[in-house]
Write a protein of this length. Structure first.
Lengths: 258, 219
């Protein structure tokens, strides 16, 4: 009995620790102020930049990440090494990610591009840190597809392309969707690599997280209000996900470790 | 004097403060960001700002003891050594496609930058800004890295990366009044040591080191 109470107590503390900072933001921001922020030009610009860059990064992640995952889901030599390389951006400090992007795509980087400080730079930074989340999930999803079902489809006369689109993809879909949603949510909050590689300019590269940071340096109340907006947006994303049980994150077996 | 102090100081003091007092805890950043942290109760003992308005505002709020001016500085335009956008005067910043990096409004050097451009009737140059950074060292880093074509920093910052950037002077009539003020934080638990630090900063030895780093004496 006492043990049960102790476990419940610890669980309560754990929940409170995770929930309190989020609740506290709303406790300090009356709903009127939150709505009022939608009339603040800096905030609407940041919201627009966030939505645009997140959408573009998500498209990039899905279009490039899916074939990458298909290949990495096969068994071959050095596969583990490649998978680890793909996962590396997940554990890199954001500042290192930002420097790496400069070293690769900067004016004096390996590829000599003019990408830094543009909207595309934000897309790159977001895709670099959110992509691995999706690819990881997609590899697991493709690995989970029963090889016998695929073989059956082939013996029944379907070509590899038809088998992929009619059999493999539908079976892997829940895992792909969960991975995609996680990547999107992570990308929306991207900060460190973006502020280094893309800089911060209103209407061009200043995303919501960057707007929170610059507002904090000037005016704590505005920073709180923008944070509330970001929380609301992320919560909406999570709820939208939970409403479709087939896409539920909790069923996604990598969720616990990522 | 033996207590280890936590000193919040403007990013432009990053190199010189540890030369003056090596064994302290330092947190360098934009003066406005540090002020926001002090307002939120950060455990600072001393706050040194790259302007006077921020510390006097905190003084009025009862968060600081009375600030004192301890040094001055000047602004300069810097370009990467290779000068990819061939900028040779402040007016060249108006050329289309120039990637100019400045500090954000509210950051002291960001405000000074806008004052300079306004005095020189070059406000339109701000259209070429590609990023508003949160402190002067971020501006410095992006120009020294060669990724930005130009940026406004303090003369003392430019001297720390001599091999990597070239400076373009700003005529003295357009120079803003850049004064640094320092104060003891009211909530400090090491007030005696903190006051001693502030006093030492005004002393000969510290002033000589500031001068050697390119800072100017308070008039």
């Amino acid at each position: 009995m006492i043990r049960r109470i102790a476990v419940l107590g610890v669980a309560f503390v754990g929940l409170a620790f995770l929930v309190l900072p989020v609740v506290a933001i709303f406790a300090r921001v009356p709903p009127g102020r939150l709505i009022g922020q939608l009339g603040n030009g800096t905030v609407t610009d940041a919201l627009r930049v966030s939505v645009e860059t997140s959408a573009a990064a998500q498209a990039l992640v899905l279009l490039v990440g899916t074939p990458t995952a298909v290949v990495l889901a096969r068994r071959f030599r050095c596969r583990e090494l490649l998978v680890s390389l793909v996962e590396l951006p997940l554990v890199l400090p954001p500042a290192v990610a930002g420097l790496g992007l400069f070293a690769a795509f900067g004016r004096f980087g390996l590829l000599h591009t003019a990408i830094p400080f543009t909207k595309l730079a934000v897309v790159f930074a977001v895709a670099f840190v959110s992509g691995p989340l999706y690819v990881r999930a997609a590899i697991a999803a493709f690995e989970g597809v029963d090889a016998n079902v695929v073989a059956a489809s082939r013996t029944l006369g379907a070509g590899p392309t038809r088998t992929f689109f009619r059999v493999v993809l539908p079976l892997a879909r829940p895992g792909l969707a969960a991975g995609g949603a996680l990547a999107l949510a992570r990308g929306l909050g991207e900060f460190g690599a973006t502020i280094m590689f893309a800089g911060s300019l209103r209407g061009v590269t200043e995303t919501l997280p960057l707007a929170v940071y610059s507002a904090f340096n000037v005016d704590f109340d505005t920073a709180l209000a923008v944070s509330a907006l970001l929380v609301a947006l992320s919560a909406a994303l999570l709820v939208a996900l939970k409403w479709r049980p087939s896409l539920s994150i909790s069923r996604f077996r990598f969720a616990a470790s990522s | 004097m033996n207590a280890l102090l936590t000193i919040f100081a403007a990013a432009s003091l990053t190199n010189v403060f540890p030369q003056i007092a090596p064994k302290q805890h330092y947190s360098f950043g934009g003066s406005n960001a540090l002020a926001a942290q002090v307002e939120q109760g950060a455990p600072a003992d001393v706050f040194a700002s790259a302007n006077t308005s921020i510390p006097f505002q905190l003084y009025d709020q009862g968060l600081l003891e009375k600030p004192v001016l301890f040094t001055r500085n000047e602004l300069t335009l810097i370009v990467p050594k290779a000068n990819p956008a061939s900028i040779h005067a402040v007016a060249d910043l108006a050329k289309p496609g120039v990637k100019l990096v400045v500090a954000a409004p509210g950051v002291p050097v960001g405000d000074y930058t806008r004052t300079v451009l306004h005095t020189m009737k070059l406000d339109s140059v701000l259209q070429n800004v590609v990023s508003n950074e949160s402190d002067v060292r971020e501006v410095l880093a992006k120009v020294a890295l060669g990724e930005a074509d130009a940026g406004f920093v303090y003369v003392t910052d430019a001297r720390t990366v001599r091999g990597k950037v070239a400076t373009i002077g700003i005529r003295w009539t357009a120079q803003p009044r850049v004064s640094y003020a320092v104060a003891v934080v009211r909530a400090s638990r090491h007030k005696v040591a903190a006051r001693a630090f502030v006093k030492a900063l005004l002393g000969k030895a510290a002033q000589a080191k500031l001068r050697a780093a390119g800072f100017l004496p308070v008039r």
